[in-house]
Design a protein around this ligand. Structure first.
Ligand SMILES: C[S@@+](CC[C@H](N)C(=O)[O-])C[C@H]1O[C@@H](n2cnc3c(N)ncnc32)[C@H](O)[C@@H]1O
Length: 210
């Protein structure tokens, strides 16, 4: 097992993702965020209307979800530490409102204000010592009423004990005190990862910023 996130083959993983369908978490998050935006009387793209809603994608990987967000009317700011995906984002940015940054999320000092923050299978790879500050920055970026859609990993996951962030349920609940929790699904199962068989312990979170 890799003990450090830097030893993981993220570029190999991302290269294998380009053709997969959009993740259900992203579909659900977009529906909720657009619903909120419309309820506030803001119609993305309408003439003379408010500016497009803003989405942050943390750990964008191959760009599947970033494309989906932009095609649904969001101005997207995406981030990923893997330099191999940068050229894909240069291509996407030619026709879609996506601005991409190659960085370790722990190094981002502030994020743009956002109506939606999405992070699929990425936050657990942020170093545990950097996670609390990153979480506060995410919380601060999310506008009241904004949607938070993230995967977190649990403390019984096979990768717990590496340098990432693996959380007990009460820690997840503490993190979500800043939000109305719409969905918190905890799962444990035997399955596979890109690097082989694995016991997964995950939380899928959908929440609305208070
Ligand atoms: C399991 S992949 C998920 C990618 C994509 N969200 C998806 O659902 O396919 C994890 C992603 O997080 C990125 N990543 C890992 N640690 C990171 C960090 N500390 N800062 C920024 N990105 C990171 C990796 O490069 C990779 O693209």
């Amino acid at each position: 097992m890799q003990r450090r996130s830097t030893e993981r083959d993220f570029s190999g993983y991302n290269a294998a993702q380009a053709e997969r369908p959009v993740r259900p978490l992203a579909r659900a998050a977009v529906s909720l965020a657009l619903e909120g935006h419309r309820a506030a009387g803001q119609v993305p793209g309408a003439l003379g209307s408010a500016p497009a809603p803003v989405a942050l994608e943390l750990g964008s990987g191959a760009g599947v979800e970033a494309r989906f967000l932009a095609e649904n009317g969001f101005q997207v700011h995406s981030y990923d530490v893997d330099p191999s995906v940068a050229s894909t984002f240069v291509e996407l940015a030619r026709s879609l409102p996506i601005s991409h940054t190659t960085t370790d999320l722990a190094q981002v000092e502030a994020f743009p204000a956002a109506d939606l923050v999405i992070s699929c299978a990425t936050l657990p790879f942020v170093r545990r010592d950097a996670f609390p500050v990153l979480w506060n920055r995410i919380r601060d970026a999310l506008r009241p009423g904004g949607i938070l859609a993230v995967d977190l990993f649990g403390d019984r996951d096979d990768w717990a004990g590496t340098d990432g962030t693996f959380l007990a349920r009460d820690e997840v609940e503490q993190l979500l005190r800043c939000a109305d929790v719409l969905e918190l699904v905890e799962e444990e199962r035997e399955g596979r990862s890109f690097s082989g068989p694995k016991h997964w312990h995950t939380y899928r979170v959908l929440a609305r910023r208070i």
